[in-house]
Design a binder for this molecule. Structure first.
Ligand SMILES: Nc1nc2c(c(=O)[nH]1)N[C@H]1C(S)=C(S)[C@@H](COP(=O)(O)OP(=O)(O)OC[C@H]3O[C@@H](n4cnc5c(=O)[nH]c(N)nc54)[C@H](O)[C@@H]3O)O[C@H]1N2
Ligand SMILES: Nc1nc2c(c(=O)[nH]1)N[C@H]1C(S)=C(S)[C@@H](COP(=O)(O)OP(=O)(O)OC[C@H]3O[C@@H](n4cnc5c(=O)[nH]c(N)nc54)[C@H](O)[C@@H]3O)O[C@H]1N2
Ligand code: SF4
Ligand SMILES: [Mo]
Length: 755
């Protein structure tokens, strides 16, 4: 349906009730937020940080770096968004009060919400919770290293790391080298819960697991298909690109079970005169499909393209492999099955196909709505198959573009923090270490939890993140982490994981500098494959005892491995780490001279502007994607007899407009009209059918637990579905896992709601 009809639809979804939700994304509230924060007492420090030459902490769009805080890689100004301010403000908090941990027992700390934990302030000295003790207490550096050294001398198959993509490439490279040199490949990472289906799927198809589209190429597209992304909240500056695309006559097809207001209309502060008051139209076509059915929709689009004679047969023949099977499957799949599976009409699918097939350059961009599924890799195949069928891979203004999450999550993968190391990196590392490395694949995040649950992990180092709250089934996560003898958390701020993810013997929290405070230069990599150089900085924390991640990891490595063949202590000067990276990681050769040249660069071998890919044959490999068999949940699945006012739904879980992953910055979500965290966004027609009313409180039951007193909010979700916020909702479900990559299906959770 077109944008105008969609707006009406979204009102009728609200069932005529008046809501306080804004009519567009972005807009004046964003400017207000900027003004409040930049003019507040923290204002000067905030400005200083915004102008610091380092990349934004928040998302992987990668604003900032050497071009100055507000610029993107093409040197365009005004590219810093409010989410950046939100993330910086949280880091500029004063330290946790000095005697806080003496005064509060761990049981008390466990009562804190995510928001309350974050609001405690910055961590400023190391603490330990010892077995049998009730309080975290201060610990000396010498004792930390002794405990850590003993812990990581355990058999290599019993030691592991987890990381989150906020840290630097240098820290990531050193982490994986330290762990691999021990003989362990257990390098679990937040990407295992995030874009692992993209990495796995794209690598098989194109020989490279990241976006093939550069920012400058995106600017030449005349159509973007945006799948399962809430970019207005999570990648706000991508919205500027969509606004520009619409202005030049291009089309945006949105694929999302929720009508996100900012994907219909968005007002960007980057265009104050043009769009701030009126907003810009974003979606040309909004396809509100059934959660988890993206494969069916894309097979349908392929079928319609074939029927409309809009496929590029010469391209398929010359540039791809196994295309016949994909085309045959689309032809032989019945329209009826496709429409029933995805819930989008044949006419709308045909309209999408027409736009895609007649555009000159189409970029297919996606985020968690496409990846976090039992068939996440198939979703990626199906999207990329559609790009290939229309010749939209390997040319300017076109291609596949996973929209990456954390600001340096992609860099972590590039640096070798992955369960499955690329053979070419394995070889260079073996040369560096002068011996062969373990070749068994390591644990991904879910395997790590399962292994710990089975008592197979003794020691864990977490470089950032919140392994506990990021996982489904928090009861299991807590139990699993509780089986590990020693857990070392490197973190900037306290989070739920530090209070619930407790080890059996020693839980240590080490306070680290963030990106703009490190005493040395670091680098990061954006989702567009652009490497940023971050200048050294200073922390506002006085009398603190913080350490850089690089210093901690190298010192631990020195104690574990000695100074041969790697001089770990010399690597505390990150210039030498960059030289090692340049020598060992293909595509990063320019890192060797970046300290002198200050030249940020695009990583070689990833942006495809010609249809010649990084596979052995140079052709893209296509995969048939079977339509998923989606079952609507039934009350008996939950061991509950149907009561009068009850209903089974498919739950999507994700972020509010004011949180960064497991860290909540603000209670409510004004864009979705959810006033607090304990809300469920439902379709009014579903509620009515079950005799429920808006603002009523109910119980939400999953397969691992229930949440009570949850307030019903009516919103523009597809009928039969609902939306709730993570991490809280992770308490109640186990999540199905994609066998091809291990990602949990956070976006299709069967629930039963009742009063
Ligand atoms: N401000 C802010 N920025 C962030 C983050 C943050 O928490 N806050 N997190 C960062 C990280 S690590 C990540 S991974 C990204 C996350 O960025 P996103 O992927 O945009 O975030 P999510 O909230 O997980 O939701 C994505 C969208 O998927 C839709 N969706 C749900 N199910 C389906 C489905 O079956 N199919 C389709 N097509 N769509 C579906 C939801 O309605 C939602 O709009 O953002 C990064 N940037
Ligand atoms: N139900 C559900 N669950 C999900 C998701 C979902 O959509 N639904 N999304 C998944 C996704 S996409 C992701 S990426 C994961 C997120 O999982 P994680 O990456 O594990 O979690 P974060 O909440 O981003 O981690 C926040 C913590 O990182 C620390 N930190 C911040 N900056 C730094 C730094 O510079 N250095 C260090 N050492 N620490 C730092 C702070 O202490 C902060 O508390 O959650 C996943 N879980
Ligand atoms: S779009 Fe992402 S990288 Fe750019 S300023 Fe906003 S949060 Fe930071
Ligand atoms: Mo993520």
């Amino acid at each position: 349906m077109d944008a105008d009809t969609k707006q009406e639809q979204s009102h009728s979804n609200h069932n005529g009730e008046k809501h306080n939700t804004p009519e567009m994304g972005g807009g004046l509230p964003v400017i207000q937020y900027w003004a409040e924060h930049t003019l507040s007492p923290e204002g000067p420090k905030l400005w200083q940080t915004l102008l610091h030459k380092s990349s934004c902490l928040s998302c992987a769009w990668g604003t900032g770096g050497q071009k100055g805080g507000f610029h993107n890689e093409l040197d365009e100004p005004l590219q810093r968004c409010m989410k950046s301010v939100e993330a910086i403000s949280a880091e500029l908090q004063p330290p946790v009060e000095r005697h806080f941990f003496d005064r509060h027992t761990i049981t008390e700390l466990q009562q804190l919400s995510s928001l309350e934990a974050d609001r405690l302030g910055r961590l400023s000295f190391p603490v330990i919770l010892r077995e049998g003790k009730s309080h975290y207490e201060r610990i000396s550096w010498e004792e930390i290293y002794q405990i850590a050294e003993t812990a990581f001398r355990h058999p290599p198959e019993r030691v592991a790391s987890y990381s989150s993509g906020r840290s630097s490439n240098e820290a990531a490279f050193l982490l994986q080298l330290t762990i691999r040199a021990l003989g362990s490949n257990h390098l679990a990472d937040c990407s295992d819960l995030c874009h692992v289906p993209s990495t796995v799927g794209l690598k098989e198809m194109f020989g490279s697991g990241t976006s093939m589209v550069s920012l400058d190429s995106l600017k030449k597209a005349d159509c973007v298909v945006l799948i399962g992304s809430n970019a207005p909240a999570n990648h706000p500056r991508l919205m500027n690109e969509l606004i520009q695309l619409r202005d030049r006559g291009g089309k945006v097809i949105v694929v999302n079970p929720v009508v996100e207001v900012g994907l219909v209309k968005f007002a960007s502060p980057a265009y104050p005169l043009k769009s701030l008051f009126t907003g810009s139209d974003i979606s040309s076509l909004y396809l509100q499909l059934i959660p988890g059915s993206d494969v069916a929709l894309f097979v349908g689009i392929q079928k319609a393209l074939i029927e409309q004679n809009l496929i590029q047969i010469d391209y398929l023949r010359d540039r791809t492999e196994d295309w016949e099977a994909v085309v045959d499957y689309a032809i032989s799949t019945e329209w009826e099955t496709i429409v029933a599976t995805c819930g989008i009409s044949k006419a709308e699918i045909e309209a999408a196909a027409r736009i895609i097939g007649t555009s000159k350059g189409v970029v297919f961009a996606w985020a968690m709505g496409a990846t976090q599924h039992e068939n996440g890799v198939d979703n990626v195949y199906a999207i990329a198959n559609t790009a290939l069928i229309t010749g939209n891979a390997g040319k300017e203004g076109a291609g596949t573009m996973p929209i990456r999450g954390h600001s340096n999550v992609q860099g972590f993968g590039s640096m070798g923090v992955t369960a499955k190391l690329k053979p070419e990196i394995q070889q260079t590392l073996e040369k560096l270490l002068g011996r062969s490395l373990n070749r068994n694949p390591g644990y991904r995040a879910r395997n790590l939890i399962d292994a710990a649950d089975a008592g197979e992990v003794d020691s864990l180092i977490c470089v950032g993140g919140n392994l506990y709250a990021a996982n489904p089934d928090l009861t299991q996560a807590k139990r699993a982490l509780g089986n590990i003898e020693t857990i070392i958390y490197l973190a900037t701020k306290p989070n739920l994981g530090h209070f619930h993810g407790l080890a059996k013997k020693n839980t240590i929290i080490i306070p680290v500098f963030n990106r703009f405070e490190n005493p040395h230069k670091t680098t990061t990599e954006s989702g567009n494959n652009f490497v940023r150089l971050n200048d050294e900085g200073k922390t506002h924390i006085k009398d603190g005892d913080l350490i850089s991640e690089v210093e901690f990891i190298t010192e631990l490595a020195h104690r574990l491995h000695g100074e041969e063949p790697i001089q770990w202590r010399k690597l505390q000067d990150t210039k030498y780490v960059r030289q090692l990276i340049a020598k060992t990681i293909p595509g990063f050769e320019q890192m060797a001279t970046i300290d002198e040249t200050k030249e940020e660069f695009t990583i070689g071998g990833r942006i495809f502007k010609q249809p010649k890919f990084a596979t052995p044959s140079g052709k893209a490999k296509m995969f048939v994607t079977l339509l998923p068999q989606l079952h609507a949940p039934q009350p008996q699945d939950f061991g509950i007899c149907e009561s009068t006012r009850s209903l089974s739904l498919i739950l999507m879980t994700g972020r509010s407009y004011s949180q960064h992953n497991t860290v909540v910055y603000k209670e409510g979500d004004r864009y979705r009209g959810m006033p607090h965290r304990n809300c469920i966004l439902m379709h009014s027609a579903d509620a009515e059918k079950a005799g429920l009313q808006e603002h009523q409180r109910l119980t939400v039951q999953g397969d691992a637990g229930k949440m009570e007193n949850v307030e019903i909010i009516f919103g523009s979700v597809r009928q039969g579905t609902a939306f709730m916020f993570y991490p809280e909702v992770n308490a109640i479900f186990k999540a199905r896992i994609d066998p091809k990559c291990g990602i949990p299906a956070f976006k299709r959770v069967p629930i039963f709601v009742y009063i």
